[in-house]
Design a protein around this ligand. Structure first.
Ligand code: ZN
Length: 216
């Protein structure tokens, strides 16, 4: 608990370019020494995730199902140690947000996901009627259901309770920020990323990068 992630999502990316772009990002971060070696994948997320599933009240069968899904998801992630020039990607803020033993790696997340913090309630901005739909959650209700379908359907829709229009989750905007993308980077316990670093990443991928955060 208490791991703070800055998430950089490549929001303009389409499926066809995902793998190619992932390779390019990995190579660039290596050349710039932002990242170090790849770390062994997390084989058993049980210890970390089980308390969360228990806290939301899942029974044992559901917990096993969610853990199996999590193990699958982790196969789509590659973790790296920070590189020797990692601090050049961060602002020189004097106080570090993390405790001394916090991990400081980088995760590359492949596959369609919604990125953000599952603790909050969200207001969604409907792309059709431009009104706000409040009280959306990643842990239940229509937003959770739409998010759960993203992996198999990148155009997974969210229905607006105001105008009734179904629009792809990706076309909604959310407050606080939630981002839908087929590729993202997660920086664990890094100081705030520099704008120049984010701009360089945007050039590498040839599209916009947007940021959000999550605390686990
Ligand atoms: Zn609407």
């Amino acid at each position: 608990m208490g791991e703070a992630y800055q998430i950089v999502a490549f929001v303009d990316l389409e499926d066809a370019a995902m793998l190619h772009t992932a390779k390019r990002v990995i190579r660039w971060m290596h050349d710039e020494r932002i990242r170090g070696d790849a770390l062994a994948p997390e084989e058993s997320p049980e210890a970390r995730l089980r308390p969360w599933f228990e806290a939301v009240g899942y029974d044992e069968a559901r917990i096993q199902l969610e853990l199996a899904k999590a193990r699958n998801r982790f196969k789509q992630r590659i973790a790296f140690a920070p590189g020797e020039r990692a601090t050049e990607a961060m602002t020189a803020s004097p106080e570090s947000p993390s405790h001394p033993h916090a991990s400081t790696g980088i995760e590359l997340v492949m596959g369609w996901n919604i990125h953000g913090d599952a603790r909050w309630g969200y207001a969604g901005h409907c792309p059709t009627c431009h009104r706000q739909v409040s009280n959306l959650h990643l842990r239940g209700g229509p937003l959770m259901l739409a998010a759960a379908k993203l992996e198999s359907d990148p155009r997974s829709p969210l229905v607006c309770v105001d105008c009734g229009a179904e629009s792809p989750l990706r076309s909604w905007s959310f407050d606080p920020t939630l981002l839908v993308s087929p590729l993202a980077l997660r920086f664990a316990n890094w100081r705030p990323l520099r704008t120049s670093f984010l701009e360089a990443l945007a050039t590498v991928v040839g599209g916009r990068v947007r940021t959000t955060s999550e605390v686990l």
